[in-house]
Design a protein around this ligand. Structure first.
Ligand SMILES: [Zn+2]
Length: 506
């Protein structure tokens, strides 16, 4: 039993015996428990230096002003609203402005094909010459730069996006409706997405809409560069990105192997690092959809083995993605997963569900039995005391993505997100953004906004933020040397940030 637990226990015992003992005042006992609980919280034992203390005072003024207004008027309580309802409030928030400038370390859960803002996609990719659009049997728009309609399930002719735009009455309005193909935003989520089924259908359809666009070599290059740029602009220094390495094509129909697609990513990252020396680059978590035919999953296992063997420090591990409640559970793949090379790490999505005791909920157990390095989402973890104790003992970080969990219908008010429990217990956790491009955010700042405003207690500020940022490097799979460099770079960026806050630059 740790000293902290003993302290809490002592305090509680003091309260229980308070009436009889008379040794401590009621207020003393009360304050002791509050202080002891604060020590248990993520970042609670971090010591802030004088400058950080003063920066924290500034941050807490911003935070308490917003929460104070929200306490008296729930209409302006962005921390409790659906993001689409509170977006305007969040975007003018001083807390968000502060968080955007704050160095945030690493993103450890992000899907590359939903990583770039839809706004940039419209302004850039949709204006690339040759983009085509058709509609599949479900009425979903499919975008591409090649005429292979049947492969995409298209039941209509292809039309050129540029022709549609020119023919439209208002090109700006055309662009706004185009953006809706790849962004879940609606001012009325409760009407457009009344159940989890509605939102997940639209969400999965958006991946189908842009899948072939991102296999077009010029679009792939521009998109990958922009993904890095949106991280960098949000003061993120490194990421472990879930991606597949599909065959690419060019305007002449030439095809490029998955190995070539991997080399393209490496070369873009290298060029980006040359232009932005403080950015450490990315590593890849090879991901395959859990809901395709078993043979395809097994083909992807083979592909992963080959790419990992040739690039063990870049293709670091494996994950199965897609809606857990409607896909195959991990249990179906135990034998095959156990045969992957020992050098490959697992980063399983698990417990991204509201079900308790269903097969998807057991993904958490299976992920831990398979020795997963981290857990994607882990939303259902709180219901399993043995599992969250194991997570704590084994330092298996939970990749918490608040906005994703709200938008994809797991929780309405983020103050009820289980991340509050994880913070209260200082469970190993990191803040992630999952699919920011699909809900119109950039980088990690928006998820950090909800982490500190909705998940963390009102009175916690810079200590918890710093704890979460440092966790992102601590729970990454950087090598020992890379990690040392990452912490040194982060320390420098953090000190500069604190000075900027004190000088009023933030
Ligand atoms: Zn995910």
């Amino acid at each position: 039993m740790t000293a902290t637990y003993l302290l809490v226990l002592t305090c509680i015992l003091q309260i229980l015996s308070y009436a009889d003992s008379g040794f401590v005042s009621f207020e003393e006992a009360r304050n002791a428990v509050i202080q002891a609980e604060d020590l248990l919280i993520t970042g609670g034992r971090i010591h802030l230096n004088d400058k950080e203390d003063r920066a924290n005072d500034i941050f807490m003024r911003y935070k308490m002003d917003e929460l104070g207004a929200g306490f008296y008027d729930s209409d302006v309580n962005a921390a409790s609203l659906h993001f689409f309802k509170g977006k305007k409030l969040v975007e003018k928030s001083k807390v968000l402005k502060f968080l955007k400038r704050m160095p945030k370390g690493a993103i450890l859960h992000l899907h590359n094909t939903a990583s770039v803002s839809s706004e940039w996609m419209v302004r850039n990719i949709s204006y690339m010459p040759g983009m085509l659009r058709c509609t599949n049997i479900f009425g979903v728009s499919i975008l591409s730069f090649r005429r292979t309609a049947r492969d995409h399930g298209c039941v209509t002719q292809y039309v050129r996006v540029s022709d549609e735009r020119v023919r439209s009455v208002n090109p700006a309005a055309y662009d706004r409706s185009f953006e809706k193909l790849i962004n879940l935003y609606t001012p009325t989520p409760e009407i457009d997405y009344p159940t989890i089924k509605h939102v997940w259908n639209k969400f999965q359809n958006m991946f189908s809409t842009i899948n072939d666009v991102l296999r077009y070599l010029p679009a792939f290059r521009a998109y990958t560069w922009r993904m890095l740029e949106e991280m960098y602009e949000d003061n993120v220094m490194y990421a472990e990105v879930r991606m597949d390495f599909k065959e690419l094509y060019d305007y002449s129909g030439r095809l490029f192997s998955p190995e070539r697609s991997l080399r393209e990513v490496l070369s873009i990252v290298e060029d980006f690092r040359r232009a932005h020396p403080n950015f450490m680059g990315i590593k890849a978590i090879f991901s395959t959809h859990r809901n395709v035919e078993r043979t395809r999953v097994f083909e992807n296992f083979e592909m992963f083995k080959s790419l990992h063997k040739d690039n063990p420090n870049f293709v670091i591990g494996f994950d199965l993605v897609g809606q857990e409640d409607r896909g195959k559970p991990l249990h179906n793949f135990v034998a095959e997963l156990a045969e992957l090379p020992r050098s490959a790490k697992f980063f399983f999505h698990a417990g991204e569900t509201n079900w308790y005791g269903a097969s998807t909920d057991f993904n958490l157990l299976d992920a831990l039995l398979l020795n997963t390095t981290r857990i994607g989402h882990g939303f259902a973890l709180m219901k399993h005391p043995l599992l969250w104790n194991a997570v704590k003992k084994r330092n298996v970080a939970i990749e918490v993505s608040p906005l994703s969990n709200q938008i994809l219908h797991l929780v309405a008010d983020l103050r009820n997100h289980p991340g509050s429990f994880y913070i209260s217990q200082d469970l190993p956790m990191v803040i992630c953004n999952d699919d920011p491009g699909f809900w119109g955010t950039k980088g990690l700042s928006y998820d950090f906004y909800y982490a500190i405003m909705s998940l963390a207690p009102n009175h916690m500020g810079l200590k918890t933020l710093k704890g979460l940022v440092w966790n992102s490097i601590r729970f990454s799979v950087l090598t020992a040397r890379e990690r040392e460099y990452a912490f040194a770079t982060l320390e420098r960026a953090w000190d500069q940030f604190i000075s900027d806050v004190l000088q009023g630059i933030v």
